[in-house]
Design a protein around this ligand. Structure first.
Ligand SMILES: [Zn+2]
Length: 388
């Protein structure tokens, strides 16, 4: 562990591999500072720069629910996520390609990351059958049969045209060793095929490290994917039923194994406390539906915990969601008004709570970055942990 001292100038981890960091095609990753295991970097993409650590709002259906791309720019979002599985089924990746690609289709000109669809196939789709070549499943929308192979998910993601794309992987139950051994073999074979199938030079392909909570499998996965060589490494299969200690143990192991000069993306993890504690263990990129999903269920994230705005105790509360918050919602509206909107089921309530929740996550990511750049990450981490 090197968490005790700021060492950004004296002890950067050496770059690995001979390729330029992040590959070619307009991509580059600069590791700018480290503080213990925490990292600050700059990702360059064909659609602009992404300072890291970064939180990526989730736009499942080519929309971050309840906010516009203009709002996202105003909030300071630099990269958003979209879901391959959902967009393939509806409205269809070929249609999006005909309409000029995902950036144009959804009116977002910044960087986009698409997942491979694997997670949704394993969590949403019906009657799925996995074999060595891929996975056959029925749509959760209309029951129609489809098949994802490594080549197919790369083709879909090339049609969508996101800046960051990901390999097809199998997310196994995190505590089942035998299942993870088999799933990992498939995930690795699929990663090789995804890399071979990729044709567009203006997209950066991320490999996905799997292996549940098992350190030997995680090590095997990190080494296999690093040998293949990807522009970045996603960490899948965490925050799906294991303990925080188990998740943190895997992240510390991977911090030692993954190349320092490639971005690391922890998939689907992103509460305020997770951001701090996973940045402390070497993660650069996060996505999570929590801020947007919670907002549509009357929930507000704050630095000291969550609020349910439906609660009667807010009925006469003239204060903002969180005092000191500079977001549009907190500078213009009271808890009492937001409670009224949520109880009346007004659309504006969803919008305003989403703005606040995203503002908080994006602000924490920026604060983490500043703290790392200035060598005071551990002080910031202690402050955040004391507030919670
Ligand atoms: Zn706010």
């Amino acid at each position: 562990m090197q968490n005790d001292s700021a060492n950004r100038s004296s002890d950067p981890k050496p770059p690995t591999g001979s390729e330029p960091a992040g590959g070619s095609g307009g991509f580059h990753f600069d590791l700018q500072a480290t503080d213990g295991r925490a990292r600050a970097g700059l990702l360059q993409t064909p659609h602009g720069e992404v300072p890291t650590p970064v939180f990526m709002p989730v736009g499942t259906q080519a929309t971050v629910k309840a906010v516009s791309p203009r709002d996202l720019h105003d909030l300071g979002a630099t990269v958003i996520l979209a879901n391959t599985y959902h967009l393939y089924l509806r409205p269809g990746d070929e249609r999006i390609a005909r309409l000029g690609g995902l950036h144009k289709f959804m009116g977002w000109d910044g960087p986009i990351l698409t997942d491979s669809g694997g997670y949704q196939v394993f969590s949403l789709a019906q009657r799925r059958k996995i074999d060595a070549g891929g996975v056959t499943f029925r749509s959760h929308i209309d029951g129609s049969e489809h098949r994802f192979t490594p080549e197919k998910v790369i083709s879909i993601q090339e049609n969508l045209g996101a800046d960051f794309i990901t390999c097809l992987d199998e997310c196994a139950p995190p505590l089942d060793y035998d299942y993870n051994v088999q799933a990992l073999a498939r995930t690795h074979a699929w990663a090789e095929r995804c890399k071979a199938a990729k044709t567009r030079p203006d997209q950066a392909l991320f490999g996905i490290v799997q292996g549940g909570i098992f350190h030997d499998l995680r090590e095997q996965s990190a080494c296999f994917l690093t040998d293949l060589g990807f522009s970045g490494y996603a960490i899948g299969g965490l925050s799906v039923g294991e303990t925080k200690e188990q998740m943190h143990g895997v992240l510390e192991l991977l911090d030692d194994l993954l190349p320092a000069d490639r971005p690391r993306y922890l998939m689907g993890v992103g509460t305020p406390e997770d951001l701090v504690e996973c940045v402390a263990r070497g993660v650069d990129m996060f996505d999570c539906v929590l801020p947007t999903r919670l907002a549509r269920n009357s929930g507000a994230l704050t630095r000291t915990g969550r609020l349910n705005l439906r609660n009667a105790k807010f009925a006469d509360d003239p204060g903002p969601i969180e005092s000191g918050c500079t977001c549009y919602t907190c500078t213009h509206f009271s808890r009492a008004y937001l409670r009224h909107l949520t109880r009346a089921n007004e659309i504006l309530g969803h919008h305003l709570l989403t703005l606040h929740n995203l503002h908080l996550m994006l602000t924490i990511a920026r604060e983490l970055r500043e703290a790392i750049m200035e060598g005071r990450f551990q002080v910031y981490r202690r402050q955040m942990n004391n507030e919670q």
